[in-house]
Every structure is written in structure tokens, then in C-alpha cells.
Design a protein around this ligand. Structure first.
Ligand SMILES: [Cu+2]
Length: 119
């Protein structure tokens, strides 16, 4: 479970706050406590971080633009497509099917990343 990974927990309280907020939203929206998994990908300095992320099926991934120029998040297989995100704006997507989801920035296609959704 991503939530229990101590490495993630150690990343700093700002991220933890975001995770808590996301968890609160999920708890409100979903009746199933098992679905409460979330992760975050930061966009900074023309890169997605982490560039490759593994989550459990059902997890919601939030992409946050920490760069000072707009970026977007576009799935290579059309699974999701954000609008252009300004600084500190976010885009979230719930991965309901296992698989590998490659994505890129619609404004800078050389920016790429990958979400692996484990069953
Ligand atoms: Cu970009």
C-alpha cells in the first residue's frame, strides 16, 4: 500500500497535508475504505517527478504543477487529458484498470512519465 510506505511519509509535511486532503475527499466520495489510495506527481523544471510511479488499482493520482509556466498531462492512450495547468494547479485521475499508462505534457511533448497500475 502506497500510504504505508515510510519513504513516502518522510517526504515532508506539505505533501502529507495534500495527501490528507485527498484522502478526506476520497472518503467523502467513496463508500469503500479500500479505495482510499492516492499519490502525487509533481511537475517542476520541465519534468514529472517521479517520472515513473506504481499505484494500486483504484488509486487517484494528482498531478501538481510546481513550475512557473503552464504544463498539461496527456495520456498516450487517451485515458486522460488535463487542461493547461498554471502554477500550483492540479489535475487528478482515478486509475480503475490495471496497466501501464504513459503520458506526456501537451505543451512540451518531450516531457514524459509513466503510471503503472498494479492489480
Ligand atoms: Cu509542459
Amino acid at each position: 500500500m502506497q500510504k504505508l510506505n515510510p519513504a513516502r511519509r518522510a517526504r515532508g509535511w506539505r505533501e502529507s497535508g495534500v495527501a490528507l486532503l485527498s484522502a478526506a475527499c476520497l472518503a467523502t466520495l467513496s463508500a469503500s475504505p479500500l479505495a482510499a489510495a492516492e499519490a502525487e506527481v509533481n511537475i517542476d523544471n520541465f519534468a514529472f517527478a517521479p517520472a515513473e510511479l506504481t499505484v494500486k488499482v483504484g488509486a487517484t493520482v494528482t498531478f501538481r504543477n510546481r513550475d512557473d509556466i503552464p504544463h498539461s498531462v496527456v495520456s498516450s492512450n487517451q485515458s486522460f487529458h488535463s487542461s493547461a495547468l498554471d502554477t500550483d494547479e492540479t489535475f487528478s485521475f482515478a486509475f480503475e484498470k490495471p496497466g501501464t499508462y504513459e503520458y506526456f505534457c501537451g505543451l512540451h511533448p518531450k516531457m514524459t512519465g509513466k503510471i503503472i497500475v498494479a492489480p
